[in-house]
Design a protein around this ligand. Structure first.
Ligand SMILES: NC(=O)c1ccc[n+]([C@@H]2O[C@H](COP(=O)([O-])OP(=O)(O)OC[C@H]3O[C@@H](n4cnc5c(N)ncnc54)[C@H](OP(=O)(O)O)[C@@H]3O)[C@@H](O)[C@H]2O)c1
Length: 238
């Protein structure tokens, strides 16, 4: 699909940090933008108020998503594990069910998601994930298993999906499009750090990059030491 066909784009979870960067990148490309966010977070989109359409509501509300994605050529979804009410899987399912046929659907998550079980995690990464999963369940605030379930459903879908797996994130000026690899553990990803603004850039670029259809790229900042050291081992984002 070429840029010229990406007229209207929906950002699901538009009010968060990643979401707002994606809104900005999409506007920069001249796309018409529809943003979905919780009612109480609408003011966080004030800077874009006269440039985007906002559909307020929970992102796992099927009716909210149905209205928001209608007529969109692309849907960018921030998958977050918050709450204990299947927020992630409910959001993913609503997008998979209601996006227009042929629309590009791009989802965000972290390296902990594995598509084929071939990712190689450090002991530290696994320990941190175990603690976060356990603690999240204990305080009933985070449901990492549900983000895993959301991605399982996406991987099983015949939609034109991409699941972008983010490394640890930092704020800062853009360094350009991150590089990616199919498996965590590949040397090019070792630095495990990406600027959040560039994570968003990768998501928006993926909309028009057919080589990323049915891929789950794990990304890392293009100027990170591992990306520079293994420039040939990583892939360009587009
Ligand atoms: N943080 C990291 O280091 C990291 C690392 C790798 C990958 N990722 C991935 O990057 C993406 C963005 O994550 P982020 O950490 O950078 O956060 P973010 O961009 O600030 O986004 C957080 C999102 O979660 C929503 N949210 C917050 N609390 C919520 C609740 N209780 N119920 C429902 N929604 C709630 C926010 O909506 P409101 O605006 O309405 O609050 C916002 O849309 C995610 O897909 C994450 O898996 C993050």
């Amino acid at each position: 699909m070429g840029t010229e066909r990406m007229g209207r784009v929906c950002v699901v979870g538009a009010s968060g940090k990643l979401g707002r960067y994606m809104v900005r990148h999409a506007l920069d490309r001249g796309y018409e933008v529809v943003g979905v966010c919780r009612e109480r977070s609408v003011p966080k989109l004030a800077a874009f108020a006269d440039r985007i359409t906002v559909v307020p509501g929970p992102t796992n509300d099927r009716e909210v998503i149905r209205r928001a994605v209608a007529g969109c050529d692309g849907v960018l979804t921030v998958l977050v594990p918050w709450g204990v009410r299947q927020y992630s899987s409910g959001t993913a399912q609503a997008v998979l069910d209601h996006a227009d046929p042929g629309a590009r659907v791009v989802f965000s998550c972290g390296w902990h998601i594995t598509r084929d079980g071939q990712d190689r995690y450090t002991r530290r990464f696994r320990a941190v994930l175990r603690v976060a999963t356990w603690l999240g369940r204990l305080v009933r605030a985070v449901e990492i298993d549900d983000q895993v379930e959301a991605c399982r459903r996406i991987f099983a879908s015949d939609r034109r999906w991409t699941v972008v797996r983010g490394s640890d994130l930092e704020e800062g000026e853009s360094q350009g499009l991150p590089v990616w690899s199919r498996h965590v553990g590949d040397p090019v990803l070792a630095s495990n750090l990406t600027r959040r603004v560039d994570f968003a850039l990768f998501m928006v670029e993926a909309l028009t990059d057919d080589t990323l259809v049915h891929e789950a790229p794990a990304i890392v900042g293009r100027l990170s030491p591992s990306a520079l050291a293994h420039a040939d081992g990583g892939r360009e984002g587009s």
